[in-house]
Every structure is written in structure tokens, then in C-alpha cells.
Design a binder for this molecule. Structure first.
Ligand SMILES: [Zn+2]
Length: 471
């Protein structure tokens, strides 16, 4: 995993980290407390992953692993490390910081959190030359700890930081924070590097799908793919108006075709915003995208009398009025029934930067029995938004077809939180009959508004939690 390790933390993540750091500090204080109680120094190891090293560094040879629930005798102490005897005869070193920090699985899993700007040195010695100063609020993973020094990698080279100058935190937690703050904090250069790295990468986002011999859903299957399997993009093939395929190579170099709807291109998530800018629906701008229009009618009813576009404009109109009654600002991608291609729609969204974007559609199926409502998301960090909005949508009382991943261009290339809603089946007589009534559109608009207001409540609650000072 190529992660750019040094990044600034924003204040929000510091707030979130604080309880963890406090736990860690309490843990360390407790440990010192136990030690100062007596000189007996028997320690019970009640967890997995603790090993004895030949020297007080995590990159030194592992002497043995300590079995869970066994006791060790402490024979020597120094900053960060304990020398212990196990089973009465095996001696070695174990890291102090690991023992009372249950979130660390093993002694390789730590990062240094720089609360203040701190110098890093060429050697584990404050008389050696200073390589650089790490800015305040940075996180860097630790390779190993040697006496009172931690070795870190700085711009690909080893460097040392004095342990008194940093807090130790769980590396998994650090990675999660780094990934989450990626789009916020990446400098332009880092972003460009990340884009270059992800440019041809594809990820399988469906649990059950196939690598095919040809760009055709009826072609022979090469093998069944795995959820989240990685592929390299070689080409994109438009099969017909509804279906397209990626020509891909897997990590073993096996080539084939995969339905484009099932894959994601992670490069598009680099610039994707994960939250609305405003945390209140009344202050927010919602962009509505009525699907289809002009020469593109969308899908048709079985008797060909009704087209999807007539309904998407109706729901957009009713939903706009409903949201405006709540004080929200609503912009439509397409005011009148004119043709607008998908690229133009997503460009309008990216240019206007609304708080949220909703594309409104009605579905069709050869199976005329299928009916109900479904919510699609593309970006991983829109999944919570999708679930919350969908929980509102199903208060309409329509059959619940769930929340799903979908590789739609208006979602994929969108830089704001965005969902695509399928609001009923035009090919189902019960759904179609409802779509022809004003009441159904108002019912849907109320249900979507309910979902949106719950979502804004969640965003605001999250902000409050993050802004509450810790005591
Ligand atoms: Zn549609």
C-alpha cells in the first residue's frame, strides 16, 4: 500500500483523536503506577501479539512469542522498553507502549503524532544533523523504536524522532485518518501523483460478477470475480446505449471483459467531496437532475404510451417546491425538456458545487412484476448518505429494492455527494398508475425530503460531537 505518510491533520480529526490519546496516556500512567507499586515486576500478558525481541528495537530478531495469559518477570527497564524473562529462562525485550494499549495488535503498529512542530534527526542522537522539521499536527508511521528514539521514514529515507516529542498512536487509526483527510489536505502535487497512480485502476464493486471472453453479457465466462478485486483498465467498449464494458487485465495478467456498471474507477474519488458544505437543509443548495429529456425519452412503458422523461420532470418540479418550502435552495440541471448529455449534467454540478446532487429516474424491466424504489451511490463515502436518504425514501410505502452500487457517469464524475434514485418501474402497472397521479409525486417528494433532513441532522450531530471540547 503506497500511502503518503506525512500529512497535516485538520482540527476535526484532532478532536476525534483526542479520546484515543487520552486513553493511551491513561494507559501509560497506569502502567507506571503498577511498576512503582513494587519491585516484584511480574507482568501478566493477557493478549496475543506480544513477542520478545533480542534488542529493544522492533526490527531486531524475535526471540519468542509470549502465550496469552502467561506471566513474565521484568528484569530491566528503559525508556519505551522492558527486558523480561519468560518461562524462567528465555530473556528478551518487549515494548512498554504495546502492553496497555489494546488497540495495537503488535509492536509494528504505531505511528507518531506530532502535536508541535518537531525536528527529525539523521541518527538516534540529538547531536546528529537535523533532516527537517515536521509540521504541527502530522502523523508518521514508526518503523521501530530504539531506546528513546523512533525511526520513521521521511521522504523515503530513515529519520529519527525523540519519543518525548511525540505521542504514540495506533497506525491503523492513523491510516484511516490519513485516507479520510486525503482529499482535504493533499497538496496539488500529491493529488497529481495519486491520480497518476490510480489512473488505470478498476475495482470490482459487486459481490457476484464475471470476467468475460467478449464484450457481451451472454459471452463465455473466464472466471467469477471477487468483491473488491483489482483490475487494470485497457479499454472501454460501448456495447449499446444501455451497456458498456471495460476491457481489463487482472493482477495475473489474464485479460477479459467486465460489465462497466460493476466496476469503479477510484481515480474519480480523489476530488470527491464527502459532505455538504452547509450542515442545515434550510441553508443548503440541492441540485436536482431530472433524468433524460429532449430527444432522449428514457425508458418507456410496455404500451409505449408513457416515457420516463415526463415523470422525471414532474417529480423534480414537486420535489423542488417541497424543498423550497423547507427553506432550501434548489437548482435543476435541466429546466425544460431539452436534451442534455451526461457530461454536461455532471459539469453543471461540478461547476456550481451544490451541497448535494440527486439524479431522478424511473426504471424498467422485462419482468413487469418488479416494482419499488432503489437508491444508487458510486463513491464509497456517499454510502452513508445513500442509506440515510433511502431510509426516508421508503417511508413512501413503496417496495424497498435497497441501496446499491452503480457506475453511473453523473455519480462517478461528480465532485459533490451524489445519488441516483430509481423511483418506480414504468413497466409495472401498479407503479405506472401511481406515477400518473400528482399524489404519488408529492408522496415521493415528502419521503425524499424526510431522508434529506435526517441526513442533514446526522451531519450536524457529527459536527457537534467533533466540536465538543473534551474534559
Ligand atoms: Zn433513467
Amino acid at each position: 500500500m503506497a500511502i503518503v505518510w506525512t500529512k497535516k491533520l485538520n482540527h476535526l480529526t484532532i478532536k476525534r483523536l483526542t479520546p484515543f490519546l487520552i486513553t493511551l496516556i491513561i494507559g501509560l500512567v497506569t502502567l507506571w503506577g503498577i511498576e512503582s507499586l513494587s519491585n516484584l515486576k511480574t507482568l501478566k500478558i493477557d493478549r496475543q501479539g506480544i513477542v520478545l525481541h533480542s534488542f529493544p528495537t522492533t526490527n531486531s530478531e524475535v526471540v519468542t512469542e509470549i502465550a496469552t495469559n502467561s506471566s513474565i518477570e521484568i528484569i530491566q527497564e528503559q525508556t519505551g522498553w522492558l527486558k523480561a524473562r519468560y518461562l524462567g529462562r528465555i530473556e528478551g525485550w518487549l515494548p512498554k507502549w504495546l502492553i496497555n494499549n489494546n488497540q495495537l495488535k503488535n509492536d509494528k503498529e504505531i505511528a507518531a503524532s506530532f502535536e508541535e512542530a518537531t525536528a527529525i534527526y539523521q541518527k538516534a542522537d540529538s547531536k546528529s544533523s537535523i533532516i527537517s522539521t515536521i509540521p504541527k499536527d502530522s502523523l508518521i508511521p514508526i518503523n521501530y523504536i530504539e531506546y528513546n528514539w523512533a525511526q520513521v521514514s521521511y521522504q523515503g529515507k530513515p529519520a529519527f524522532v525523540n519519543l518525548n516529542a511525540v505521542e504514540l498512536i495506533n497506525q491503523e487509526e492513523a491510516e484511516r485518518i490519513l485516507v479520510e483527510t486525503d482529499s482535504l489536505d493533499n497538496s496539488i502535487d500529491e493529488k497529481e501523483e495519486e491520480k497518476e497512480r490510480l489512473k488505470d485502476k478498476l475495482i470490482m464493486r459487486k459481490k457476484e460478477d464475471y470476467l468475460l471472453e467478449k464484450a457481451d453479457n451472454f459471452s463465455n465466462i473466464i472466471y467469477q470475480t471477487n468483491y473488491l478485486q483489482e483490475f487494470t483498465r485497457l479499454d472501454f467498449i460501448e456495447y449499446n446505449a444501455q451497456e458498456s464494458f471495460y476491457f481489463v487485465a487482472d493482477q495475473q495478467g489474464i485479460k477479459g471483459y467486465i460489465n462497466s456498471f460493476s466496476l469503479s474507477e477510484p481515480v474519480y474519488s480523489i476530488d470527491h467531496r464527502s459532505q455538504p458544505v452547509n450542515s442545515k437543509l434550510q441553508q443548503a443548495t440541492i441540485m436536482l437532475d431530472p433524468g433524460h429529456g429532449g430527444e432522449d425519452p428514457g425508458t418507456l412503458s410496455t404500451d409505449q404510451k408513457y416515457s420516463e422523461k415526463s415523470f422525471t420532470y414532474k417529480i423534480a418540479d414537486v420535489l423542488k417546491k417541497t424543498l423550497e418550502a423547507f427553506g432550501a435552495t434548489v437548482i435543476l440541471t435541466n429546466e425544460s425538456d431539452q436534451f442534455l448529455d451526461l457530461t454536461e449534467r455532471v459539469e453543471i454540478s461540478n461547476q456550481k458545487q451544490p451541497d448535494l446532487f440527486l439524479s431522478l429516474h424511473f426504471d424498467s424491466s422485462y419482468d413487469t412484476q418488479i416494482n419499488g424504489v432503489r437508491t444508487y451511490f458510486y463513491h464509497l463515502n456517499d454510502e452513508e448518505f445513500a442509506k440515510t436518504l433511502h431510509s426516508g425514501l421508503i417511508t413512501s410505502g413503496r417496495p424497498n429494492l435497497g441501496v446499491e452500487y452503480g457506475n453511473f457517469q453523473v455519480l462517478r464524475e461528480n465532485t459533490v455527494p451524489s445519488l441516483l434514485l430509481e423511483l418506480g418501474y414504468i413497466t409495472n402497472s401498479e407503479d405506472l398508475e401511481l406515477m400518473l397521479t400528482y399524489d404519488y409525486h408529492q408522496n415521493l417528494a415528502d419521503a425524499i425530503t424526510e431522508g434529506l433532513s435526517t441526513y442533514f441532522d446526522q451531519v450536524e450531530n457529527q459536527l457537534e460531537i467533533n466540536n465538543t471540547p473534551d474534559r
